[in-house]
Structure formats: structure tokens, C-alpha cells
Design a protein around this ligand. Structure first.
Ligand code: HEC
Ligand code: HEC
Length: 247
């Protein structure tokens, strides 16, 4: 009985997605954008974000050229830090997390100090720049497994099998042979990160690492492995990568 309801609900969700109807996405803005909140978001944007992301959101603020990686050009609608499939727009929660936490290891600061309502208003502003209208469903992330030596061995085998070492290096230090020639979609030089440094772009949350490996970092050479690796393999990779972090 329960499974029938779930199946019906899933069908309805798919139908709503097809029809482009608004759905109550998980982690959605608790206070949907209104003209007043948009105006407030714009004002905060002009104060806090414009120096890097530019007044049109196209990543050409006065401070943009001095930082690498460059601030995102929102107009392109390409985002690195998503829990949604490669090529899909991020969820509201993804954008909220990035704005709240910042992106460690880059110029993107944390805006934790701003009131939560202002951060949600900023999410709406970014979505407007990026013309994100429909909601995308996040991928399913199964519960984190127990970390055992067997799981880490499996992670190491998958890391080798999928040739992660080409870019990230045999020990994850970012010194793989391909890392010397990588470019992002803007044809800018980019490097495979040193995974042993542990400065992950969405923080230390294992589920964020799962999302990175499963969905890739759009606009960069880091691909989605959802097609090549099973959920169990992806978890094994996550725990293997975490085991490489220097203590
Ligand atoms: C000092 C420069 C700077 C400021 C100020 C700044 N950002 Fe950023 N932002 C960046 C950089 C650099 C990146 C790219 C990071 C990367 O590529 O990993 C970025 C990336 C982003 C992303 C994209 C993350 C993704 O998934 O690709 C969002 C969203 C974002 N910033 C929102 C904002 C908002 C909203 C503000 C103002 C509240 C802001 N930023 C202020 C530099 C800045
Ligand atoms: C073609 C080169 C390439 C290959 C192959 C590759 N990566 Fe990456 N990876 C990158 C680049 C480049 C980035 C950084 C993108 C950025 O931050 O803008 C990245 C980022 C990551 C991150 C995100 C770190 C963070 O800050 O959250 C993880 C985790 C990761 N890779 C793991 C893997 C694993 C595991 C494999 C193999 C299954 C793999 N990568 C294969 C190039 C590659």
C-alpha cells in the first residue's frame, strides 16, 4: 500500500516536472520571493556581491580580474556546487549553502553573518540572473555507510579503475599528469585540487563530496560519475578521498 502511494507520488512529481509546474522542493526557500524581498535582495547584492560578480551578475565586477578562480558569471547558468544532475540548475538549498558557507580556497566569502532572510533573497536574485525558473530535483544520496578497511580498499580500487589519478594523482595530491593541461569552460587554466588538503568547496560534509563525484563540477573538467559508478562505489570513493586528507 505504502509503495503504491510512493509510486503514485513519484509519477505525479514526474508529471509536474514535465508540465513545468512549481513543486514543493525539499529545502526550498521558506519565504518565497516577493517584490519586496527581491528589492531587498537586490540592495544586499549591490552592497555585498557586485565587486566580484558585477551589477548584471555576469562576473565582471571591478575585483573580478584579480581572483582565480574567477567569480561566477551567473548569466551562463552553470554552477559547480550542486546536488542536481550534471547540466541541471542547482536547488535553492545549494545556492543558499554556497552563499552561507562561501567557497573555501577561493575568493568567495562566507555570508553567514547576513540575516537568513537576506540570504534567501540573494538566492532569488542569483536565480533571476541565471534565468532559473523550474525547480530541479536533487539526486538521491543513500545513507553514509560504515567506514571499514574493506570499504577503503574498494574506494582505492574504484579510484584506480576510473583513473581519478590522471588528474588528482596516485595519492590524491593534485599532481596527476593531466592536471598540467586542464582548462575550464572559459578556457582558463584550472588545476585538479590536492584532495589531501581537505579544503573542500562545500566543507567537510561527506554528502557534499558524494554530490560532487556523482554530479561533477559543471563548467570544469571534473565530470559526473553517476553513469560509471554505482552508489556504493561512489560512497567508497568518498570515504577513500576523506581517508587521504592529511591529519
Ligand atoms: C571577493 C569576491 C566575491 C564576492 C564579494 C562574492 N563572490 Fe560569489 N564567487 C566568487 C568566486 C571567486 C566564485 C567562484 C568559486 C569557484 O569557482 O569555485 C564565486 C562563486 C559564487 C557562486 C557559484 C557557486 C557554484 O556553485 O558554482 C554563487 C552562487 C555566488 N558566488 C554567490 C555570491 C553572492 C550572492 C555574493 C554576495 C552576497 C557573492 N557571491 C560575493 C567571488 C566572490
Ligand atoms: C579530467 C580531470 C579529472 C578527473 C579524471 C577527475 N577529476 Fe576530480 N576534479 C577535477 C578538477 C579540475 C576539480 C576542481 C574543479 C573546481 O573546483 O573548479 C575536481 C574536483 C574534485 C572534487 C571536489 C573537491 C571539492 O572541493 O569539493 C572531488 C571530491 C574529486 N574531484 C574527486 C574525483 C574522483 C574521486 C575522481 C575519479 C572518480 C575524479 N575526481 C576524477 C579534475 C578531475
Amino acid at each position: 500500500m505504502k509503495s503504491t502511494i510512493v509510486a503514485v507520488a513519484k509519477g505525479a512529481t514526474a508529471l509536474m516536472l514535465l508540465l513545468g509546474a512549481a513543486m514543493p522542493a525539499s529545502g526550498a526557500d521558506p519565504t518565497p520571493a516577493t517584490p519586496a524581498s527581491m528589492a531587498r535582495g537586490k540592495a544586499v547584492y549591490m552592497r555585498e556581491c557586485v565587486a566580484c560578480h558585477g551589477d548584471k551578475g555576469n562576473g565582471d565586477g571591478p575585483g573580478a580580474h584579480i581572483v582565480n578562480p574567477a567569480p561566477r558569471n551567473f548569466e551562463l547558468g552553470v554552477f559547480k556546487l550542486r546536488t542536481t544532475p550534471s547540466g541541471a540548475p542547482p536547488t535553492d538549498q545549494d545556492l543558499f549553502r554556497t552563499i552561507t558557507q562561501g567557497v573555501p580556497g577561493t575568493a568567495m566569502p562566507s555570508f553567514r553573518e547576513l540575516p537568513e532572510q537576506e540570504r534567501w533573497a540573494l538566492v532569488a536574485v542569483v536565480k533571476q540572473f541565471a534565468s532559473i525558473e523550474a525547480k530541479t530535483k536533487p539526486i538521491d544520496i543513500p545513507a553514509e555507510p560504515r567506514v571499514t578497511p574493506v570499504l577503503l580498499e574498494r574506494g582505492k580500487a574504484v579510484y584506480t579503475g576510473l583513473k581519478c589519478f590522471n588528474c588528482h594523482g596516485a595519492e590524491g595530491r593534485g599532481d596527476g599528469s593531466s592536471s598540467l593541461t586542464l582548462k575550464d569552460d572559459a578556457k582558463k587554466r584550472i588545476w585538479a585540487p590536492d584532495l589531501t588538503a581537505g579544503a573542500f568547496k562545500s566543507g567537510k560534509d561527506p554528502k557534499a563530496l558524494y554530490a560532487r563525484i556523482a554530479t561533477g563540477l559543471d563548467g570544469t573538467p571534473m565530470p559526473s560519475y553517476a553513469a560509471e559508478a554505482s552508489p556504493d562505489d561512489i560512497w567508497a570513493l568518498v570515504e577513500y578521498v576523506r581517508s587521504l586528507v592529511r591529519k
